[in-house]
Design a protein around this ligand. Sequence first.
Ligand code: NAD
Length: 294
Amino acid sequence: MATPPMIPLADGSAIPQLGFGTWQIPVEQCAEVVGRAIRLGYRSIDTAQGYGNEAGVGEAIRRSGLPRNAFTVTSKLRNGGHRRDLALAAFDQSLRDLGLEQIDLFLIHWPVPSQDKYVEAWRTLIELKQEGRVRSIGVSNFDPAHLDRIIGESGVAPVVNQIELHPRYQQRDVRAYHKARGIVIESWSPLGPGGANAGFWKDFGLGRGGSLLDDPVIAGIARKYGKTAAQTILRWHLEQGLVVFPKSARADRMTENWNLFDFSLDSADMQAMAALDRSDGRIGAEPASFALLF
Ligand code: NAD
């Protein structure tokens, strides 16, 4: 079974380049679904307080019988928990729900600039790391302006930023900013619009665009390698050093999304996919204005 490469982080630790996402997996199914992912080989699991399924992730890890250090567990601070006391309480609850003593990677889920508390949240994450309760700390959905502010005010840079990124929304300038500062990008919704994720954003008037999985350019490249559209898109992320954790509750798709290490895209494929970038390709909310306080 192929093992995904490890991506080094600026704090000296590392994370698997391919993991398993759990957004929209209900807690009552989560232990079973994540358990299946673990049996297929996945060892890095992305969850969040806002997904309401940390208990299922913890249950799957315990049931696997594998040692704790076989796993990389990521969780994220909820938007309504940025104030220091609330962040500490929410973090304690995550540890209880996961049944863990330490979280490998803990992120601020969204900056929510309207409540102007993300610097306080970031300082609290720095404390948690200093106490050894978190191995690595990072952020999610932070624009360069938000990153500049936390780095400027705390002197500590996040090791990762988890942002929307896929062939329809390639964020080239943003990637250059991260590269210059040694911040690893994790691509959320790596397969782009088309599934339950876009359905969620439609309630906010977002989630536009047809399925990226039906794109003819991607279909052509996939045919060339005898791979699926999903595998081709995920390989596009891997070629560029991006970290991905596709989500599916279906065993066939989980297997498909794991089998990415027996082919690679050539420069013509990468050029063809570079042309799929669209100025209106974002499916999710704008980090500067998203203010849902879950
Ligand atoms: P995804 O890109 O992993 O999948 C998109 C849709 O495609 C899903 O609805 C899925 O059911 C479907 N799909 C998966 N594999 C497929 C395959 N092989 N063939 C056909 N369809 C397939 O979307 P996602 O779940 O939005 O993102 C992945 C993970 O990123 C999430 O589960 C979550 O862990 C994380 N995430 C984080 C944020 C954030 O704000 N930080 C936001 C969204 C997602």
